[in-house]
Design a binder for this molecule. Structure first.
Ligand SMILES: Cc1cc2nc3c(=O)[nH]c(=O)nc-3n(C[C@H](O)[C@H](O)[C@H](O)COP(=O)(O)OP(=O)(O)OC[C@H]3O[C@@H](n4cnc5c(N)ncnc54)[C@H](O)[C@@H]3O)c2cc1C
Length: 398
């Protein structure tokens, strides 16, 4: 590991890898560090990504795809089913990745572009001078070393500490941190090409349960619930165990993971002097679905593009880097996050009866393209009596 780079990326998830690759392709000297000994494991993810979104960055490759998804099913608290058929399927369906392989592929692409990659290399502090971030203190190979960089990109995920060391408030309110548990369940009866979402305050308070197929008889079966609803005897895993006992009693658990997903607003600013923050570290996952793979990749790419421009102009001040903050907020993703935060805040107020009524009102919808947005629009159209309650939502979806 050298002592000086143009760009130092902290974290080797999809965000960090995309940032490292883009910066290296722009001709910058890049170092990416990952604290875990292996990229991509453990997989703290249900691994779903929309087809169009994925294709913005790369052509799908069977070697890192577990399943192709053609439709989605939403199950209301009373068990009623809303099937979203392939022709309605937009960005909410696409692929279930094999992230162990996918994340490695992304990092490999960064390495091929010329980035130096180090695993089992952990940032333990930020180095700042005159309130400017100039590098990181890194534990690697039993030694602690200082690595300086013109720009540090914090891609250290939901547990992100780097930005905090730089003096930025990254707190996620407990109620807006989804606590998640997920099993890889084998030997279960599923439709291998359909994702299923179970809603309800009783089964998943302020969250949902997902079944994401990873083959003919295997799926990621997981749950996210609001941190404020979690406690002794009613943690995410307790809810998940109850669900699995009822729906897949024959299932064999081959993996258990737990993790957190921020469903709050993004950080007020994702830049500072010498610093850019991307992906989960910037709190840019979708507040409704919790999806953050694409969001991390997109913010990683935009950050690296702007980093290259700023380094070429020899200006890495927060004011110059703010172009990144502006650009990602103007994307479709940035706008969706803003809107979906408001929609999420509305949906968590609904009890099971209201959820049943709303879902039953749109049971026979035939949306040309299914997306969270089109679904909400349809809900509003079909529920004029609820217009008062939905008024705020209507403002959000236009
Ligand atoms: C249970 C669960 C299910 C999910 N399902 C989906 C889904 O189906 N679809 C979807 O799009 N999203 C999903 N997500 C969210 C998705 O996993 C994240 O949004 C995505 O991984 C964010 O990418 P990232 O690069 O920002 O962070 P991460 O993928 O978390 O990568 C951050 C990396 O930084 C490393 N790191 C942290 N601190 C340091 C340090 N000090 N020094 C060096 N390295 C460090 C970490 O080890 C980690 O590898 C899910 C999340 C959870 C928890």
């Amino acid at each position: 590991m050298k002592n000086q780079y143009d760009v130092l990326v902290i974290g080797g998830g999809p965000g960090g890898a995309m940032a490292a690759r883009t910066a290296a392709e722009a001709g910058l000297s890049v170092c990416m560090i990952e604290k875990r000994p292996a990229i991509g494991t453990p997989v703290r993810c249900a691994e779903g990504i929309g087809e169009e979104l994925l294709r913005e960055f790369m052509e799908p490759d069977p070697k890192w795809i577990s399943s192709k998804i053609d439709g989605a099913r939403i199950v209301a608290p009373d068990g009623a089913i809303l099937d979203l058929k392939p022709e309605m399927a937009g960005n909410e369906v696409g692929y279930i990745l094999d992230r162990k392989v996918f994340d490695r592929e992304l990092v490999w692409q960064a390495a091929k572009a010329g980035a130096d990659i180090f695993v089992k290399a952990r940032a333990v502090d930020a180095i700042t001078e005159n309130e400017t971030v100039v590098g990181a203190r890194i534990e690697y190979n039993g030694c602690t070393q200082d690595v300086r960089a013109r720009i540090v990109i914090a891609a250290d995920g939901v547990e992100s500490k780097f930005s905090r060391w730089c003096g930025i408030d990254t707190t996620v309110p407990l109620r807006e941190l989804e606590t998640c548990a997920q099993y890889v369940l084998s030997d279960i009866d599923i439709d291998p090409h359909k994702t299923v979402f179970y809603l309800g305050c009783t089964i998943a308070p302020e969250g949902y349960i997902w079944v994401f197929p990873k083959g003919e008889r295997t799926a990621n079966v997981g749950i996210g619930i609001s941190g404020r609803k979690s406690g002794e005897g009613h943690r995410a895993r307790d809810y998940l165990d109850r669900f699995v006992a009822e729906h897949f009693p024959e299932g064999k658990v081959t993996e258990l993971i737990v993790g957190g997903v921020p469903v709050c607003r993004p950080l007020a600013s994702t830049v500072a002097d010498g610093l850019m923050i991307i992906g989960d570290a910037a709190r840019v996952s979708d507040p409704i679905t919790g999806g953050g793979i694409y969001n991390a990749m997109l913010t990683g790419k935009i950050a690296a593009d702007v980093a290259a421009e700023c380094i070429a102009r020899n200006d890495t001040s927060g004011t110059a880097l703010a172009k990144y903050d502006t650009l990602w907020r103007e994307t479709r993703m940035g706008k969706a996050i803003k809107r979906n935060h408001g929609i999420k805040e509305f949906f968590i107020t609904l009890d099971d009866k209201k959820l049943n009524d709303l879902l039953s009102s749109i049971r026979n919808i035939n949306l040309e393209e299914f997306s969270t947005l089109t679904l909400i629009r349809e809900l509003i159209r079909k529920n004029p009596k609820l217009i008062l309650e939905l008024r705020e939502l209507q403002k959000l979806v236009g």
